[in-house]
Write a protein of this length. Structure first.
Length: 463
């Protein structure tokens, strides 16, 4: 498809298959039509319903403000697609340019987008995870079931994992006046994504709101009663807690298993692709007709020394999908790189937490503005003397300023743009957990190797 004639023919009559009827998949389909693609478009999804928004599931849906069925994503345009829903893809034949479905069908394509996202990491003991009262939160059905359980007024809610999802759910439960225990293997909440200093702030915030926060411990067993209902949890320190609802919030598993024998460069961190969203094969060569977007994509970012970065962020999924769609129907000279600075947000315990950049790509952090005691501040992150990220607590109006500092490789620590710089502010080590702990549930992970390194090791982690 290198010639202009071939590209025009593809834009008119080509076949595009999008695997993953998700936020990224839908936005890519809309972008393709907006770019003038008039060929056939097929959307494949393992869930029976059309694409819906996931962030409200751990926020507005659990509070009851928004019904689960009210999270369907709005359509920006008519994408005129064939929808193959409720049947997952279970293989990719690159030689034949076909996607294999679990029901045996083979769907041909000229170009394909992989947008299969992530699924919730389940409780490792299947029988315990199947107890009545044990939940994960990833799908609408998950959120709907947990919302009903919370509304019923359980005696105690146990949340296993204090990342962003677990912390948001703990916040919702405390708003409803429910007793909550949070168990976190790491030293503090949010530590995997934001480091020890912010983790300490998050721990104080949870305890101030009445959360029974237990850090540095592991839940070793979920116990059920004679009727198969959750009744108790056992911890690695020998203690127990009685609870009739448990939420397993141990992060996500990227949906790449169906691609393991495809010849693409896939692994636990996702599908490797270039900055233009084109997938790499096992030899590290870029493919021409396979693109990747959203939570499942793993791509190098120039600002972060071309390290491969995997992100589970709403805005990243949208931006990457639109770039993938544009590049699908463009010549090499007209293709765009995905260079956006990552951003995310979370609301918990009355605090609006927002971030720009990649906090895990840092060796130091400093409170650059505001007051930690008031939980209204901005923390700047730096790596080897330059700004790489910023996190705000109830002070998001300055994040565009820090975005510019990141984009221009401004020196760290940064000068404060306002008079509210703490007088005793000094950088401290960012102090993230080791890789084994980080991999259990971080929402932002920086992986890969320096450009000068020439050896890599492939490994598969046990579930």
């Amino acid at each position: 498809m290198s010639s202009a004639h071939t590209l025009r023919r593809f834009r008119r009559d080509g076949r595009v298959v999008i695997v993953g009827a998700s936020l990224a998949g839908l936005r890519a389909a809309e972008a393709l039509r907006g770019e003038g693609f008039t060929g056939s478009l097929t959307m494949i999804g393992d869930e029976p319903g059309e694409p819906y928004d996931r962030p409200p599931l751990s926020k507005q849906v659990l509070t009851g403000w928004v019904p689960a069925e009210g999270t369907t994503l709005p359509r920006r345009c008519d994408i005129d697609a064939e929808w193959l829903l409720g049947v997952p893809a279970d293989g990719l034949d690159l030689a034949a340019d076909q996607v294999r479905l679990a029901d045996g069908r083979r769907i041909p394509f000229d170009r394909m987008l992989i947008a299969t996202g992530v699924r919730a990491r389940p409780w490792p003991v299947e029988a315990e995870g199947a107890l009545d009262g044990v939940f994960v939160v990833r799908t609408r059905q998950d959120a709907e079931g947990l919302q009903r359980a919370i509304a019923a007024g359980p005696s105690r809610v146990l949340i296993i994992g204090a990342g962003f999802t677990g912390s948001e759910i703990a916040s919702v439960c405390r708003e409803r006046g429910l007793p909550v225990t949070v168990a976190e293997l790491g030293p503090a909440p949010l530590v995997g994504g934001l480091g020890a200093m912010i983790g300490g702030v998050a721990a104080d915030m949870q305890r101030a709101h009445g959360v029974d926060l237990r850090c540095g411990v592991k839940v070793t067993q979920l116990e059920g009663d004679a009727q198969g209902r959750l009744c108790r949890a056992h911890f690695s320190d020998g203690s127990t807690v009685d609870a009739d609802v448990a939420v397993v919030a141990l992060g996500g598993i990227r949906n790449t298993e169906w691609l393991r024998d495809s010849g693409l460069a896939v692994g636990v961190w996702g599908v490797a692709c270039d900055a233009g969203c084109r997938a790499f094969d096992l030899n590290g060569l870029v493919t021409d007709d396979i693109f990747v977007a959203g939570d499942v994509a793993r791509s190098p970012h120039p600002i972060y020394e071309y390290r491969f970065i995997s992100l589970e962020h709403w805005a990243n999924a949208v931006e990457q999908a639109e770039i993938a769609a544009h590049n699908m129907v463009s010549t090499q000279a007209d293709r765009w790189p995905h260079l956006s600075i990552p951003a995310f947000w979370s609301i918990q315990f009355g605090v609006n937490i927002k971030s720009v950049g990649v906090p895990t790509y840092a060796d130091e952090v400093v409170v650059a503005q505001g007051s930690v005691a008031d939980r209204r501040f901005v923390a700047a992150y730096g790596y080897q003397g330059r700004v790489t990220a910023a996190v705000s607590f109830n002070n998001a109006k300055w994040l565009d300023h820090y975005r510019q500092l990141i984009e221009t490789a401004a020196p760290f620590p940064p000068p404060c743009p306002t008079p509210d710089q703490p007088v005793d502010a000094k950088p401290v080590p960012v102090d993230f957990p080791g890789p084994a702990l980080l991999a259990q549930g971080a929402t932002v992970v920086v992986t890969g190797h320096d450009p000068g390194e020439r050896r890599v090791t492939a490994m598969r982690q046990g579930r």
